[in-house]
Ligand binder design. Sequence first.
Ligand code: PLP
Length: 400
Amino acid sequence: MAGSEWIGEEEKKEVLDILETGIWMRYGFDKERKGVFKVRQFEEAFCRYHGAAYALGVTSGSAALKVALESLDVGPGDEVIVPAFTFVATYEAVLEVGALPVMADIDESLNLDPDDIPGKITPRTKAVIPVHMCGAGARIDRIVEVSRKHGLLVLEDNAQSLGGAFGGRKLGTFGEMATFSFDFYKTITTGEGGMVLTDREDLYVRADGYHDHGHDHNPKVSRALEGRSLLGFNYRMNEFQGAVGLAQFRKLDGIIGEQRKNKAFLRECLGKIPGVTFRRLPDPAGDTATFLGFHLPGGKETKAFQAALKAEGIDAVYFKENFWHYAPNWEHLIAWSSANARKFPFANPLCPEKAEYRRETIPGAEAILDRTLFLSIPVRMPRERRDTLARGIERAGKRG
Ligand SMILES: *Cc1c(COP(=O)(O)O)cnc(C)c1O
């Protein structure tokens, strides 16, 4: 739950600034706002942290994905390669812009397998969305290399691994664009909110315009007289989100530090249980430690251990049967895409009768998720909680 566990005076102070000026919108009212620009400040801090040129605050991580896809000019007739293991929003965003998500496999990092990309490419493939799931990065260097070789754009969905790194470089700075989420479950939260990150000015200009009805945000004229060169919509972040985001963002490295300590402790407890192995991270030093992923030898043992933990009051997630994070389970998405076949002039890979949506096309995910459990890592882990968890894991190990 991360940032939502650490809301305090810092957030209150930032929000009070907005209540005092009375200007809750990020644009306009230059005189009345008395120099208070919370969203802008949040974006600037976000850029500095990542060493990136442009950041754009938006209403949610889902909106961020849509804004980024629009900026990359992904649309009807295009296919986008997306890992089978992700939150449903990654697929929804691709469908929202009229393109088709093509399900791809994951590797031992539990993130998109770069070696599966070539096999999922068709003449219509335009982009790849690697998702850095559950706190840790994909083999992003290899994903970018394979994508470039095939002329594909890379959009990193980094909703779940803000602050993570690969080879000393922040996740979200490898592809053409990246997106982040600040919903209530994420590493830092603004209630709802998101960010788009890019180094490319042309992409930023498109994103900036698209997220605000096409406004060109010309500083020399009033908002009413601003020009527009593209059709947009409204995904603007407001000043409350910006204010809370600024305070939360300053806590990010502290949050990650606490999570790392707590994760190391739980890893040690689990490591004592025969048969338990751990998710293989491409760069352990860049882990944000929001989750601890671990394996048991097989599916039967995994479910038995999950039940044993449950009996000790410990919830471990078995994502293979999860409703929201594993594409083969989304019957509603298949039903929707079949009912909306008219929107797709080309073959629809989401239809169950088409090879692309069968579980057989993602053997890696089917096998590894079958023997994977995840523990969510708390930021706050007082002594009693530590002891309860340690004891619970030890006892579950004896049952399982
Ligand atoms: C949370 C999440 C999103 C969507 O973010 P919201 O802010 O909840 O809209 C997108 N992708 C992934 C991987 C996520 O975990």
